[in-house]
Design a protein around this ligand. Structure first.
Ligand SMILES: [Fe+2]
Ligand SMILES: [Fe+2]
Length: 245
């Protein structure tokens, strides 16, 4: 039986979900590291914890329109993984006596943008957020001495690599023209989001080895790779349609 790409992604998320992460115990958080990391991590913890209601609603409407029955469940799998990232980060913050954020203007703008658009633009904004997560968690892993945080960052980066592939699949559903105006606009949006993230988290990113230029270049290269894969409509690399059926 031949499965659709969305069906393969649905299976991918269901297979990955039971793979738990063992979070190691931490020593006391050094004060300098607390100052550098915690305010920044709180924002990402909040952002990862979105309930995904609008995304799922848009995905259901879009899937019904294109006749892709597996897409909503695959999107639900993505949302569940993002929420799990948020729970892991919350655990670290709470363990070290740090309060969690209930709201932040950057998160508010992201949510507003995504709430007022359809599946297409929601995917574009999400791709940009996933792209930014890669250099961000790489920087956190390099900066932090906490075993818990390093383990969490390694796992998040592993998950995010798949998320970028999944978003390439979603992008391939909503953008049919290759390197057209939409892709150029998406690169401009990515740059704006990158600049906002640098303004908010530049200190940590700098400590993690990035300059503004290298951070923006990495984001742009990751986005171009997603756009290239969306055109090629790649399948999840862990398994092929034969092994999944
Ligand atoms: Fe995430
Ligand atoms: Fe993600």
């Amino acid at each position: 039986m031949s499965l659709s790409s969305s069906a393969l992604w649905r299976i991918h998320f269901s297979r990955r979900w039971p793979i738990e992460l063992t979070i190691p115990d931490d020593p006391i958080l050094p004060p300098a590291e607390r100052t550098l990391l915690c305010a920044s991590l709180r924002q990402f913890q909040l952002g990862e914890g979105s309930d995904g209601c609008n995304l799922l609603r848009f995905a259901r409407t879009f899937a019904a329109r294109i006749g892709d029955a597996d897409l909503p469940e695959a999107v639900a799998g993505l949302i569940a993984e993002e929420q799990r990232h948020s729970r892991w980060l919350a655990l670290v913050l709470r363990t070290h006596g740090e309060p969690l954020l209930r709201r932040h203007w950057v998160d508010g703008v992201f949510r507003l943008l995504r709430r007022t658009v359809g599946f297409g633009l929601e995917v574009a904004v999400l791709v940009s957020a996933e792209v930014v997560a890669v250099p961000y968690y790489s920087a956190v892993a390099r900066v932090s001495t906490l075993p818990s945080l390093r383990a969490i960052c390694a796992r998040i980066l592993e998950d995010e690599a798949f998320h970028l592939q999944f978003q390439a699949h979603n992008l391939s559903l909503v953008v049919r023209d290759h390197f057209g105006l939409r892709h150029a606009l998406h690169r401009a949006l990515q740059l704006v989001i990158g600049l906002v993230v640098w303004q908010q988290h530049g200190r940590l990113l700098r400590a993690g080895g990035y300059s503004l230029a290298s951070f923006c270049q990495e984001c742009d290269a990751l986005l171009l790779e997603v756009q290239r894969k969306s055109y090629a409509s790649r399948l999840p690399c862990q398994f092929d349609s034969a092994s999944a059926s």
